[in-house]
Design a binder for this molecule. Structure first.
Ligand code: HEC
Length: 107
């Protein structure tokens, strides 16, 4: 397990799931690692994908919901919509909570 502090709202199981989605993705549900587009630990890739690290969990979760529901569709090539629709509610909570606790100042 990484040493980063965990917010109280995320259980150990949720944290592990969030970390897995961020770093490895999940082949079973055909989700690519978030970090493969969003940079190491979600720090962002200039002109390619925005940072996720340290964003509020609510913001990340609501962005994922908007991509899922198609109310946000500014993602070129539907990159994020195709990722988000593979995530269930538990995954959204886990991965949002995971990125929210990444401390950018240690990157
Ligand atoms: C194939 C590349 C790719 C993968 C994999 C990917 N993303 Fe993205 N993501 C993008 C791009 C590109 C954007 C910017 C889309 C836009 O312009 O709105 C984005 C945008 C986002 C946003 C909106 C950020 C903001 O500032 O509004 C969130 C939240 C997000 N991604 C979360 C995730 C999560 C969580 C995962 C892993 C489960 C993930 N992404 C995997 C490419 C990717």
């Amino acid at each position: 397990m990484p040493q980063s502090p965990q917010p109280k709202s995320l259980s150990a199981v949720q944290f592990a799931r969030g970390h897995q989605l961020a770093f490895q993705g999940d082949e079973r549900v055909r989700v690519q690692a978030c970090n493969s587009c969003h940079g190491p630990d979600g720090v962002g890739v200039l002109h390619a994908a925005p940072y996720l690290a340290g964003q509020s969990a609510d913001y990340i979760a609501s962005a994922l919901k908007s991509f899922q529901q198609g109310t946000r569709k500014n993602d070129a090539g539907e990159l994020m919509r195709s990722v988000a629709k593979q995530l269930n509610d538990a995954d959204v909570i886990a991965v949002s909570g995971y990125f929210a606790q990444v401390n950018l100042s240690t990157k």
